[in-house]
Design a protein around this ligand. Structure first.
Ligand code: MLT
Length: 303
């Protein structure tokens, strides 16, 4: 019998992959063999000596102390691709909503009062919230993994020119993702050409502040930036300066912070990328399967 501790609410469909005859789910367990986690930050948590594996129901593993786990012989799994569709759909929604000022326009329209004046106010709103179409504009996608590739393909189907930058995939692989995505060899090749920029890379020491004062300076004036990957990929101070100067026209991100909230031109959702029932189920099923296969058979998949 293996004891599994869950640190976040995990979809029951996933937990059902751990049959009660072999696995005990005990969220208070002091000596679990396995941990299932979504977003709980494990960096400050002691790792029990009994622990053999951690499975994260999500793609990023930055909430897990990987080095300590490696030193202690604890295997860490994630669920690459399991929530890619959910994140990509939200990014496409944000691309459209940000460009067409939908968030501000909806809030403004909710404040309209009085039947007689609504028609006149609507005329004002039509002018106030004008925003550019996507068709014919250029989108730069940093990172062409499961999420970035989906966003790139959706943007192509919206009529955008799509440039991709990913130093970890070959030009052949980039072409097989989508023949319409133009592969750039350096960020410097891509950034000056983008009207919109979206980032889809994991948060690692090497990717911290990928979007910073230097990279923003290479961008077109008025570029619109999206970040639904991790907040730390963007240097917020540089981003705020760029918004102030007009270099960046709009920043849509999934990571609200004190400094960003309430700033004109910034819109934030509360880390909603993977929050769909489908994605929560997919991630939980994959994470539970990985944990089960490792604990029972010693097999390592997707770690
Ligand atoms: C991920 O890394 O895939 C997301 O952060 C998942 C989540 O929101 O839980």
């Amino acid at each position: 019998m293996y004891t599994i501790k869950t640190l976040n609410a995990i979809s029951p469909v996933g937990l059902a992959k751990l049959p009660a005859s072999q696995f005990e789910i005990d969220n208070e367990a002091a000596a679990p063999q396995g941990i299932l986690v979504r977003s709980a930050d494990m960096h400050e948590m002691p790792l029990p000596e009994s622990l053999l594996a951690i499975a994260r129901a999500g793609a990023g593993t930055n909430n897990i102390p990987i080095e300590e786990c490696t030193n202690a012989g604890i295997v860490v799994f994630n669920t690459p691709g399991a929530n890619a569709n959910a994140v990509a759909e939200l990014v496409v929604g944000a691309l459209i909503a940000g460009s067409r000022n939908m968030v501000d326009a909806v809030q403004w329209a909710q404040g309209l009062k009085g039947r007689d004046t609504i028609a006149k106010d609507v005329e004002k709103g039509k002018k106030q919230f004008v925003g550019p179409e996507l068709r014919g504009k250029t989108l730069g996608v940093i990172g062409l993994g499961a999420i970035g590739a989906r966003v790139a393909n959706a943007a192509v189907s919206l009529g955008m020119e799509v440039l991709g930058y990913d130093p970890y995939i070959s030009i052949d692989a980039a072409w097989s993702l989508s023949r319409s995505v133009q592969h750039c060899v350096t960020l410097g090749d891509m950034l000056p050409r983008c009207d919109y920029l979206t980032i889809h890379v994991p948060y690692l020491p090497t990717t911290r502040h990928t979007i910073n004062a230097q990279t923003l300076a290479m961008c077109k004036d008025g570029v619109r930036v999206l970040n639904f990957a991790r907040g730390e990929l963007v240097d917020n101070a540089a981003l705020l300066d760029a918004l102030d100067s007009g270099k960046v026209a709009h920043y849509f991100c999934d990571f609200p912070t004190e400094e960003l909230l309430g700033v004109k031109g910034v819109e934030c959702t509360p880390h909603l990328g993977a929050s769909t029932p489908e994605s929560e189920t997919n991630c939980a099923v994959m994470a539970a399967a990985e944990l089960s296969d490792y604990l029972k058979n010693g097999n390592i998949t997707h770690s």
